[in-house]
Design a protein around this ligand. Structure first.
Ligand code: WT7
Length: 649
């Protein structure tokens, strides 16, 4: 393992150095990697454009740094432990040497297909080892991966394939998720038909993994060739060497939701992402050789990219990858996996903790969790009850809980406790990592300066200096990147989150201040869900808001105006229609966006200029209806009363 931590210095010293001499600080961290060619300049940046360039002139390869380098110096160390969906199936293990071999062979498959550096490869797969191999194989060849979470619909997949212009898709026959077996190749086929009809199909080749019995024939399209992974695996003779990429060459695209429009492709680049994911992994989790790190996220999300694949492997750690879900075959599955693989570092989302808390302490206490040393939380605010339970029951009061705040766009953890070093405060993500410069802004964009003596302050969370893995652009639309993140407050990267800072400088993230909601740690735009609902022929208009949900964090509440009013008495018709509306959303986006509550309304609270006053809708959805506040700006305040009467909850 490379030592990316500046040892012997305490946090404050390290932090100060990172602010006073950022270039020196990051050059020191970056020198822990193999560079085929050294960089000429550490950093060039301009948030107005925006343009950020780290390690310009340097050439490296993430796959080389994550695998080859370790294979050469400690090739027999376990790199990957894969736990299958079914408990009675054997887990599989790869040493660094073996994992490198598997990835080189996968790169051989891609190479034979014609994949070149810069080509986009879309991955739509379950949590099988082949997914991780393909991600790293793309990095080896310099191809840009775009992983689409296996829960997204054919429509969502099609949009992402078209936007990225992916000429290659790697998928699986099926997806095993707990007790369910879901189609995977069939969804890809549907996506390709959609794109064929729209004459927008960029895909030339599809590889299908996981067809041991070859029962069904592979799909056939006019311009798209479908191939079997197994055949290619056995026939490939090429063993590609890592291709040296420029530090600013794109590494991957990952789509994420915003407050408007379709999801955008967040673009990360090679050198900065490599440096920051490894650095933040080392800083926050502080693993030692022999430790076993398990991040429960799917590789389809940024957490899986940064802390299941890249961060830990770059650091030479041993990672666990799990195909299934926490409750299959029973709610002790997570804990049994921790016991079986002697997991030392466990990283999961509050929604999983809350879902498992419901079953009480018994499923946790039935297993031996003495191997655990550090617990992590990510993706959404963790409420105090969940934090305390995680600490007491899962961690036996001996493991620090680090709540890590970051985003798809930040590439890695920006705020979070350094395990075992930082003070812990339940529900607070804590202090920024050295190298990260957060500020709180007031609505007019002025920085809230610390008072003397310091007091608690609340504002909009922004960053005033770049870190190496800040997003470089949104794929195909740089203007959108500027408008979303850099224009709201000139000179800053705006996160979209509100936060509180206590007298010690610790941050507590309150949540999104835009029209983005966080459902079970998954980010969704309310506009996206509204667009899906509006496709139903009966719908005139809709408005979607989030509300507090005891397990998911936020639930999805949809208000829908119909073309023709349903008769009051006809409950059955109403129920059927609501089911149809739900299905429309699932078909358009995927099951993660299924509304929890749908209320049919006659109108929406609008201002005279026609703007929907979501504030009222959020209050009603949350059941916080005692004080509605000032309704005088509404065109028709009586609408609120009728909505209140029909409230679902
Ligand atoms: C949004 C980013 C970071 C990987 C997973 C989500 C929320 C994330 C925390 C946390 C409170 C958090 C924010 C952020 N969020 N981590 N520890 N405490 N909120 O990535 O899908 O890009 O979502 O998730 O609102 O903006 P993402």
């Amino acid at each position: 393992m490379i030592n990316l931590l500046i040892d012997g210095e305490d946090y404050r010293l390290q932090y100060r150095r990172s602010v006073e001499d950022p270039e020196g600080f990051w050059a020191g961290v970056a020198s822990g990697f193999h560079w085929h060619r050294p960089w000429d300049k550490v950093l060039e940046w301009n948030f107005e454009k925006p343009q950020v360039r780290w390690f310009e002139g340097g050439q490296t390869n993430l796959c080389y740094n994550a695998l080859d380098r370790h294979a050469l110096s400690h090739g027999d160390r376990i790199a990957l432990i894969w736990e299958p969906n079914e408990e009675n199936e054997e887990a599989r293990r790869w040493t660094y040497w073996e994992l490198k071999e598997a990835v080189v062979r996968t790169a051989g498959i891609l190479n034979d297909l014609g994949v070149q550096a810069g080509d986009r490869v879309c991955l739509y797969m379950p949590m099988v080892p082949e997914l991780l191999w393909t991600v790293l194989a793309c990095a080896r060849l310099g191809a840009v991966h775009s992983v689409v979470f296996g829960g997204f619909s054919a429509r969502s997949l099609a949009d992402r394939i078209a936007d990225a212009g992916a000429a290659y898709v790697v998928c699986a026959e099926q997806i095993r998720r707990g007790p369910k077996v879901l189609p995977c190749r069939a969804v890809v086929e549907e996506a390709l038909s959609l794109l064929d009809n729209e004459q927008e199909n960029p895909v030339r080749k599809v590889v299908v993994q996981g067809r041991p019995h070859h029962k069904e024939p592979l799909c056939s399209f006019a311009h798209t060739e479908c191939l079997d992974w197994e055949d290619l695996w056995h026939s490939t003779l090429s063993r590609p060497e890592p291709r040296w990429m420029n530090a600013e060459d794109p590494l991957f695209i990952l789509y994420t939701s915003g407050s408007t429009g379709k999801p955008k492709g967040v673009l990360h680049s090679t050198g900065g992402y490599m440096v920051y994911t490894a650095y933040s992994f080392a800083q926050v989790f502080r693993t030692r050789p022999g430790d076993v790190f398990w991040c429960t996220a799917d590789i389809g999300w940024i957490t899986g990219h940064s802390y299941l694949v890249y961060g830990p492997l770059l650091q030479g750690a041993t990672v666990v990858m799990f195909e299934g879900i926490p409750t299959h075959p029973d709610p002790s599955r997570f804990w049994k996996i921790c016991q079986r693989h002697r997991v030392t570092h466990f990283y999961t989302a509050p929604t999983a903790i809350r879902a498992l808390m419901v079953y009480g302490d018994a499923p946790v206490q039935s297993v031996d969790l003495s191997s655990l040393q550090v617990l992590g939380s990510v993706g959404e605010p963790i409420n105090e009850e969940a934090w305390l339970w995680y600490h007491r029951v899962v961690g036996g009061e001996r493991c620090p809980v680090t709540d890590t705040w970051w985003q798809t766009e930040t590439g890695g953890i920006l705020i979070g406790a350094l395990a075992g070093l930082s003070a812990l405060k339940p529900t607070f993500a804590g202090l920024p990592l050295p190298g990260v410069q957060p500020v709180l802004l007031d609505p007019s964009g002025r920085e809230l300066v610390s008072t003397d003596p310091p007091t608690e302050q609340e504002g909009l969370l922004a960053m005033r200096f770049p870190w190496p893995s800040i997003l470089r652009s949104t794929w195909g639309d740089h203007e959108r990147c500027r408008n979303t993140y850099f224009s709201p407050f000139p000179g800053y990267y705006f996160t979209g989150d509100g936060a509180r800072r206590d007298a010690e400088g610790m941050y507590r993230i309150i949540g999104r201040v835009d029209d983005v909601i966080n459902v079970s740690g998954h980010r969704l735009g309310t506009a996206e869900i509204e667009n899906a609902l509006n496709l139903h022929p009966m719908v005139v208009e809709s408005a979607v808001v989030g509300y507090d949900h005891s397990i998911k964090g936020q639930g999805i509440y949809a208000y829908v105006i119909l073309r023709t009013a349903l008769k009051d008495s006809d409950q059955e018709t109403e129920d059927r229609l609501c089911r149809e509306l739900s299905e429309t959303v699932v078909r358009e986006i995927g099951a993660i966006a299924r509304p929890d509550r749908i209320q049919l309304v006659e109108g929406l609270p609008k201002t005279r200029s026609g703007k929907i006053m979501r504030r009222f809708l959020r209050k009603i959805a949350s059941g916080d209806t005692a004080q509605m506040g000032d309704t005088t700006t509404l065109l028709d305040p009586t609408i609120l009363e009728s909505i209140l009467v029909g409230r679902k909850g």
